[in-house]
Design a protein around this ligand. Sequence first.
Ligand code: FPP
Ligand code: MG
Length: 334
Amino acid sequence: MCFFANGQNKKKAMSITYPIPQHILHDLEKVEKELVNSVKSSNGLLTEACLITLKAGGKRLRPALVLMAGMVGDYDLDTLLPIAVASELIHMASLIHDDVLDNALTRRGVATINATWGEQAAIAVGDFVFSRAFEILSRTDTYMIEVMVKAALDLSLGEFDQMATARVIDQSMADYLQKARRKTAALFAACCEAGSYLSGAKAYEVNALTSYGENLGIAFQIYDDVLDIIGGKATGKAAGVDILDGTVTVPILCALEQLGPKSRLAEIVSLEKPSDEDVKTALEIIYNCGAIDKSKDIARSYVDLAINELKIISKPDAVSVFEGIGRFVIERYH
Ligand code: FPP
Ligand code: MG
């Protein structure tokens, strides 16, 4: 097992900051090369926009999950590679579109495609990346296409549900979880299912790992919500984007549960256009009422559920890798 810290190798676009076995890290470099090849096209501008986005970095967590899930059965990179590449391309396309929807000017410290080339170009680039993912998938197992199509549908549904419920304070934790399951956890689960299925793991192991992926994805999204509130230097993210966008996340739900629907926080979250001062006030309220600790506890409980699924996996190496990823998800700063 090794720990590969961000920035150790400046030539690498991926920033692997989680514990991962050396052989998986090595194979992720092959995934990276395939990713670069996959976004090349006859259009120079399109290729440039894709390469800038890819080279901005990223944890490559989804392809890593595909490869690591392959450790549960008979690991074979050639079989796993197309799915690993396609999973990152689906994620990349969704982020390109997400940045248009969020009007985000930077991601991973680099100008977004919408900021550089405009919204129309960003939508077209996202469409291209998404289509490329399915071109790659079309050359694989039909069941894999089914698994990835379902995840992509869930992504779109989750994002749409999130938009439809923006600024609505009267929503429950169950409403939130449905969105997190679709928006984030579905692709995590699909990656785990794909890797284990393709490695010939037993059906009950594939099911367990799929459930691991789903719970891990929920924990990941909840911790992402926490990072949005903490923000600042430690995370490299601006704080309060969710409040600005009216996205009702776990820390906001925890704070609202305590402070009630008539509170100043409820008022700010419902505002169509909160000012910078409103966002600052909301962040202070959430920070000071203990909602961060409560949210972290909820994220931790989903990691526990994920890790519990590993009990029936027969390969100890794979189990310890997945336990490490679980800890990373709730201890990371980006
Ligand atoms: C980032 O989450 C966004 C997603 C996880 C999903 C976005 C999905 C779409 C835009 C639907 C389109 C889907 C496809 C397959 C093309 P976030 O906004 O919580 O996190 P952030 O802070 O990284 O933006
Ligand atoms: Mg976003």
